[in-house]
Structures are given as C-alpha cells and as structure tokens.
Design a protein around this ligand. Structure first.
Ligand SMILES: Nc1ncnc2c1ncn2[C@@H]1O[C@H](COP(=O)(O)OP(=O)(O)OP(=O)(O)O)[C@@H](O)[C@H]1O
Length: 120
C-alpha cells in the first residue's frame, strides 16, 4: 500500500520532469519561478506575500501541466485535423492564459510597490 503510494509520487514527478523537458512554456515558467523566488528573497517578502506568490506559481505550473496532458491526449485520439481537437487545445491553452494573467496581477501587486520604492 505504502509502496504503491510512493510509486504514484514517482510517476507524478516523472510526469513533471517529462513535461519540463519537452514544453518550452514550462521551461519559461521554471525560469520565472527561480527569478521570482530570488527577487522575493532579496526584497524580504512578508509571510502572506509568500503565500500569494506560492499559490500563483503553483497554479500556473498546474495549469500548464494540465494543458500539456490535454494536448497529449488530443494528439493521441485525434492526430488528424478536427475542429473539436482544436477547440479542446485552445480552451486548455486559455486556462493557462487566465492563470498567467492572474499570476501577473499578483506579481504586480506584491513586487510593484517594492520595486518602485527601490528605484524611486
Ligand atoms: N488535431 C488538431 N485539429 C485541429 N486543430 C488543431 C489540432 N492540433 C492543433 N490544432 C490547433 O493548433 C494550435 C496549436 O497546437 P499545438 O499542438 O501546436 O499546441 P501549442 O499551442 O503549440 O502548444 P505547445 O507549444 O505547448 O506544444 C491549437 O491550439 C489548435 O488551435
């Protein structure tokens, strides 16, 4: 039972790693995550600010991973052109876009005033 749970975690990490190796967008999110965490440490974010940043980062990664999973399934079941296949991919990409805009808003609200004070 425990061994199966551990194996499931292994498969999940494998999924993240395989998506990271192939998806340019996810590599971009990884770079952005490193920059945001570094900037947060430099600016000394408050606890609640880290909470918001962590949730935003996690949500964008999750959306991108689900998008990758949907793209993969669509390519499997509909390798040929089909309007519904295109719609499924576009809607999945839309989910990432919505989350990325929300994360950008979080970033601007938290980092914006601090960076402004630093530069002003
Ligand atoms: N089988 C298909 N049938 C119809 N339209 C498709 C199909 N596959 C892709 N498309 C259209 O082409 C767009 C790009 O698809 P693609 O598979 O290249 O993903 P992508 O958005 O480039 O994502 P990524 O860069 O992460 O691979 C889709 O959003 C969709 O509009």
């Amino acid at each position: 039972m425990v061994r199966r749970r551990v194996a499931s975690f292994g498969y999940a990490f494998q999924g993240v790693w395989s998506a990271l190796k192939t998806e340019v967008h996810l590599q971009f999110h990884a770079a952005a995550t490193v920059i945001v965490i570094g900037l947060g440490l430099y600016l000394g974010l408050a606890r609640w600010e880290w909470v918001a940043v962590a949730v935003a980062i996690g949500a964008v990664w999750s959306a991108e991973l689900v998008n990758t999973a949907i793209e993969t399934i669509v390519d499997l079941v509909s390798p040929e052109y089909h309007p519904l296949a295109g719609r499924a991919k576009d809607v999945a990409a839309g989910a990432v876009l919505v989350m990325a805009v929300a994360a950008l808003a979080v970033g601007l609200l938290i980092f914006g005033p601090k960076l402004w004070a630093l530069l002003a």
